[in-house]
Structures are given as structure tokens and as C-alpha cells.
Design a protein around this ligand. Structure first.
Ligand code: NAP
Length: 338
């Protein structure tokens, strides 16, 4: 079977399309023919050796994918051949609170990921693909969508009518925008270009701010929310944007801290956090139970992910470079089998 592997060291230039033997299914396992994978910023960091410099190679990249069960091992009862499935981001985190151990069971590093034609999974770590979604669409869900879901609803406690701010137009933020609109929340989005701004408005953002033109974007957030500030912020910028976020959040609001696109460390004035009763909460994707909950919602809403571009497996380097350029809006996917 064909797999994409990171070999001979880190770097996009070390990604190779190679052959591995078809895995055999043992008792209690299922064999999945992967239909698609999708890229997350994490995958790029992993390939560049920045996420975990001690990651063992070769590695099959990508945490996210979807496929069809083609064989089941002895003792497997709940999953049958032909079922379309999505593997959970952290294979051992089935439900409940995360632990260090559970979080070290993630696909695409340290475990081999989804950029392969076949992969064996523990059926307990799989969720059925919502019927209305293609495998390419389903492959976008495990990391970015689930992180957005938990940032808004688990940690953010977002309610209809409330204001949410999403930063940029990448995978996590576009899902957050879509989910917020589904429940009748109001969305302010920040982005880097007029073209992306138009698309974000089409997706339902009430207000879009170009952060290059308006680096002090919190002022506009205050204006459009009658000086109150927003209820929830999906913080993907990190150190470079947190100060603006803490000026844009309402008293008692919630900042879901997800990413560090603008840096992981720096000087931040913490006074607004305590003086305004702000909750800053880190978010690390979610469990298999969270993934099921989110897929049920997507099925009820008949919501389709925004897929920016689909690449072939052999064009993985180009796909990664496209993602790194920030030219995309929504998710970048890789088709494995049509
Ligand atoms: N904690 C978790 O569990 C978790 C899960 C998923 C992702 N993440 C993290 O969340 C971040 C976003 O991930 P993603 O997969 O959505 O990435 P992505 O699809 O690559 O999105 C990147 C987009 O963010 C915007 N952006 C870039 N730099 C920015 C900045 N300085 N300030 C504001 N926006 C900026 C750009 O959009 P515009 O051109 O529109 O501005 C860019 O296209 C990454 O840091 C990732 O590692 C964390």
C-alpha cells in the first residue's frame, strides 16, 4: 500500500510517497481503507520538527482522516465492514478528562497518522461519518473542528445572541464561525485580506476586521458591541494577539486559547484578566466522546466543512507549502482513494 512518510530528517523536502506492507488485522482491531486526510497547522510543525524535535522517524504524518472499514478482527462487534469512520485525534482519549498519557496517543505523531492507504485502528477510537458528508469533508473534523467546538461550547459556554470573535480564516477559525452561526451567535472575524474578508462575510460573519489595516482591532470590537466587548474569543494568534483579545473581551468573558500563530511567548499585561474576571482557558482538541457529540450536531445541522483545496497524495509537499503560505481559507485536504 502507498503511504506518505517523513524520512531522513525533518522538513517538507523529506516527505516521500513510499510502499509499506498491508497491515494485518488482529483480534479487537479493524482495518480501514483511508479515503482522505486533512492538514492542520500541527502537521506542518510536526514535519518541520518544531512540534516535537524528538519525534521518531519515519513518521506517517497527519492526525486527521476518514475512511471505510474493510476488515474486522475477531471479537469486534460494534463496527462492520463498509462503515465509514473517522479516527479520534488522541486514540486512547475516549472520554472524560485528558491526561498526559492519553494525550500521547495522537495520530500523526507520536503515532503514525492518516496519510496512508490502509491503517489498523482500535474500533473504540472511531466515530461514524455523518451521512451527509463525503470522506474528504469528514477528514477535516478530528482536530480543527473539534477544537473549535470545544472552544465555543465546552469552554466558551457560547449562547445564541452572544458575540464571538474568531481570528484569521484557517481551519479552526472557519469551523468556529460556522458553528457559532448555527446556534445564532454573532461573529466578528479578523483576517489579512479583502478577498478573505468577503468570503468570511458570505459565511455569516457580521463584522470582519483586516488586522493588517487595523492592528488595534479591539477598538472596533468595542465599537460594534456598544463598548461591552465580545463574550467568547477563539484565540489562535497567541502571544502577538492576546493583548488585543484582552481589550476586546467583555467583563466576565472567556478566551479559549488554542494556537500560537503569532508566537508562544511575549509580554502580556495580565491585569485585565483579574480586574475583569476574564477566564483564559487552554483547549486541547477533544476526546472521542466529544467527537461523537460534534458529529451528531453536524448531522442535525447538515453542515458542510469549508474545504479550500484537495491535493493528491503525491503532491503532499505542495499541499503543506500551500498551508504554510496562509493562502487557504478553511481546510486543506488530501485525497487518498476516490
Ligand atoms: N490547541 C489545540 O488543540 C489546537 C487544535 C488545532 C489547532 N491549533 C492551533 O491553532 C492555530 C490555528 O490552527 P489551524 O489549523 O486553524 O491553522 P491554519 O488553517 O493554518 O490557519 C492559519 C490562518 O490563521 C491566520 N493567521 C496567521 N497568523 C495570524 C496572526 N498572527 N494573527 C491572526 N491570525 C493569523 C491566517 O488567516 P488570515 O489570512 O485570514 O488572517 C492563516 O491563514 C495553530 O497555531 C494550531 O497549531 C491548536
Amino acid at each position: 500500500m502507498r503511504v506518505v512518510e517523513l524520512v531522513n530528517g525533518f522538513g517538507v523536502e523529506n516527505l516521500r510517497l513510499t510502499e509499506r506492507a498491508l497491515p494485518t488485522v488482529k483480534a479487537g482491531e479493524v482495518l480501514v481503507q483511508m479515503g482522505a486526510a486533512s492538514l492542520n497547522y500541527r502537521d506542518l510543525l510536526m514535519v518541520r520538527g518544531l512540534y516535537n524535535p524528538r519525534q521518531r522517524l519515519p513518521l506517517v504524518p497527519c492526525s486527521d482522516g476518514a475512511g471505510t472499514v474493510v476488515a474486522v478482527g475477531d471479537g469486534v462487534r460494534d463496527v462492520t465492514v463498509g462503515t465509514r469512520v473517522i479516527p479520534a485525534f488522541a486514540q486512547a482519549w475516549l472520554s472524560g478528562e485528558p491526561t498526559r498519557e492519553l494525550l500521547s496517543s495522537t495520530l500523526g505523531g507520536p503515532l503514525d497518522g492518516t496519510l496512508c492507504e490502509h491503517r489498523v485502528f482500535d474500533p473504540r477510537a472511531l466515530v461514524q461519518v455523518p451521512e451527509h458528508l463525503s470522506l474528504i469533508e469528514a477528514a477535516t473534523l478530528p482536530c480543527a473542528a473539534l477544537t473549535a467546538w470545544r472552544a465555543l461550547f465546552d469552554h466558551g459556554g457560547l449562547l445564541p445572541g452572544q458575540w464571538v470573535l474568531v481570528q484569521g480564516s484557517g481551519g479552526v477559525s472557519v469551523f468556529a464561525l460556522q458553528f457559532a452561526k448555527q446556534i445564532g451567535a454573532r461573529v466578528i472575524a479578523t483576517t489579512s485580506s479583502a478577498e478573505k474578508a468577503a468570503r468570511l462575510r458570505e459565511l455569516g460573519a457580521e463584522v470582519v476586521i483586516n488586522y493588517r489595516d487595523e492592528p488595534q482591532w479591539s477598538k472596533r470590537v468595542r465599537e460594534v458591541t456598544d463598548s461591552r466587548g465580545v463574550d467568547v474569543i477563539v484565540e489562535v494568534g497567541g502571544a502577538g494577539t492576546l493583548e488585543q483579545s484582552l481589550r476586546a473581551i467583555k467583563v466576565g468573558g472567556r478566551v479559549s486559547l488554542i494556537g500560537v500563530l503569532s508566537g508562544g511567548s511575549g509580554e502580556v499585561n495580565l491585569l485585565p484578566v483579574l480586574m475583569q474576571d476574564v477566564r483564559v482557558q487552554g483547549v486541547i482538541v477533544g476526546s472521542r466522546a466529544h467527537l461523537q457529540q460534534m458529529c451528531d450536531a453536524l448531522a442535525a445541522w447538515r453542515l458542510h466543512p469549508v474545504v479550500d483545496r484537495v491535493f493528491a497524495m503525491e503532491d503532499i509537499a505542495e499541499a503543506m507549502t500551500h498551508m504554510a503560505s496562509g493562502a487557504h481559507l478553511g481546510k486543506v485536504a488530501v485525497e487518498i482513494a476516490s
